[in-house]
Ligand binder design. Structure first.
Ligand SMILES: Cc1cc2nc3c(=O)[nH]c(=O)nc-3n(C[C@H](O)[C@H](O)[C@H](O)COP(=O)(O)OP(=O)(O)OC[C@H]3O[C@@H](n4cnc5c(N)ncnc54)[C@H](O)[C@@H]3O)c2cc1C
Length: 423
């Protein structure tokens, strides 16, 4: 963009160049609409791509996601999945979940479903870089780094919005999409209310090395303090994992204050040494966890996707998966509208997206909340019941199969672009 203030027109403006915003842009590129992504961070996409070309020299990104088969399918549709696999990803075949205060345990295995895996653990920067690579092949997507949004106008008669940017530029757009994450400025500037509450958990994330191999398994231990997840990472030794340790804010601060050796010892004990002692950990990062849900996802000329619309507890690793399904559903609705000659920012068009996604996302958020409460500090008889319930589910093959297929994104109302072709 030039240094002089200007007034420009684009069909679609996406604020937020994270995984969900860039996936949406790539999905909509075949429409021929002019698309602009406005990203607050200063680094150009090429910086991340250059860094990834020497991935082996870099440590692991502390932020990883367990991508479901539906997300894999959507990324395949976009052409990004081969780039993910060419960088690095760890297919996990098993999942073990157990009650830290009882004897309940559930084990899920891809073998039982005749599937090659249950999903993939992928570093967020690998997914983002794969999407950047696809984005760069589309001439109608422009990515602007270091963008600041000063204001957003109300919709005009056609539903178009005008954005004023920090550099003095004005942008007129037929459709504005807020993909700017949990603290969405677009949600705030447009008065889209959100219901939110504190989970009373902070999550510590880091990369660790264990004595024994991870066996391509996701491990999760539930305690009254919160869930502790160990997720396998792709390395030759098979002993490197990413952790998400959700616990009370006070306990999280205590853990953050420990030196590495003491932290590894505390982690080993909390994980019941299922993979032996923890040998090493990288730098730790702390994330306060809040549940948020926008009361509406759309207005005329405006839609919210991903964390801008909803954030949930990471305990089932569904956050970005829901966001990618939002992107797939919104893209589908807009592609259909454009083919029919309808305006993409028309409120009736956008409501189709809201109908598809909001109930589904609310249901997942409620399930996460239910799960979290199930592991609150319960009296002993209820703890016994909880453990017996887990063991019962473990033996009920059809129930177990339903749960795991839902978690893999292979059941339910999956958008067309994320649906696996029938085999
Ligand atoms: C500890 C932890 C573990 C998690 N584990 C998992 C997991 O295993 N699986 C899973 O599916 N999900 C997981 N999640 C959730 C997942 O990380 C998020 O759902 C996902 O990152 C959301 O993607 P997004 O693109 O919507 O938002 P973000 O990743 O937050 O991207 C938003 C983008 O918008 C930009 N931006 C922000 N404000 C502005 C602005 N004003 N103007 C312009 N640009 C702006 C940001 O710089 C960023 O690039 C986890 C979350 C946490 C906290």
């Amino acid at each position: 963009m030039s240094n002089e203030a200007s007034i420009e027109r684009v069909d679609l403006t996406i604020v937020g160049g994270g995984m969900v915003g860039v996936a949406l842009a790539c999905a909509l590129a075949p429409s021929g609409l002019s698309i602009r992504i406005l990203e607050r961070r200063d680094e150009a996409p090429q910086c991340l791509l250059d860094a990834l070309s020497s991935l082996a020299e870099h440590g692991y990104d502390p932020r990883v996601s367990a991508l479901t088969c539906a997300s894999q399918q959507f990324l395949t549709h976009l052409g990004a999945w081969p780039h993910v696999l060419a960088a690095r990803a760890c297919a996990y075949t098993d999942m073990t979940v157990w009650d830290g205060r009882g004897r309940g345990e559930i084990h899920f295995s891809a073998r039982d479903l005749h599937e090659p895996c249950l999903g993939h653990i992928v570093e967020n920067r690998v997914t983002l870089a794969a999407l950047y690579r696809v984005m760069q092949t589309h001439d109608n997507i422009e990515f602007v780094s270091g963008a600041q949004i000063e204001s957003v106008s109300a919709p005009d008669a056609q539903g178009c919005r005008t954005l004023r940017l920090g550099n003095g530029d004005t942008l007129h757009t037929a459709l504005l999409v807020g993909a700017d994450g949990a603290q969405s400025r677009i949600r705030a500037l447009t008065g889209m209310g959100a219901t939110e509450w504190d989970y009373g958990h902070h999550a510590i994330v880091t990369t660790i090395e264990t004595q024994q191999p991870h066996q391509n398994t996701c491990w999760q231990r539930f305690t009254e303090d919160g869930p502790l997840a160990l997720l396998p990472l792709p390395d030759a030794s098979g002993r490197t994992l990413s952790i998400v340790w959700s616990t009370s804010p006070a306990h999280a601060r205590e853990l953050m204050a420990l030196d590495d050796a003491a932290f590894c010892a505390a982690l080993g004990a909390a994980f019941e040494y299922r993979l032996g002692p923890i040998l090493r950990c990288d730098r730790r990062y702390l994330h306060p966890l809040r549940q948020r849900h926008a009361q509406r996802y759309v207005q005329a000329g405006l839609a919210l996707v991903g964390d801008a619309a909803h954030t949930i507890h990471p305990l089932a690793g569904q956050g970005v998966n829901l966001g990618l399904l939002d992107a797939a559903a919104l893209a589908e609705v807009i592609l259909d509208a454009v083919a029919r000659g309808e305006a993409p920012g028309d409120a009736r068009v956008l409501r189709r997206y809201q109908r598809q996604r909001r109930a589904d996302n609310l249901q997942t958020a409620a399930a996460m909340e239910g799960f979290r409460r199930l592991f609150d500090d319960l009296p002993a008889p209820l703890r016994l019941l909880r453990s017996s319930g887990m063991n019962l589910v473990d033996r009920l093959a059809p129930v177990k199969q339903h749960l795991v297929l839902m978690a893999m994104g292979l059941r339910g109302d999956v958008p067309r672009l994320a649906r696996r072709p029938l085999r």
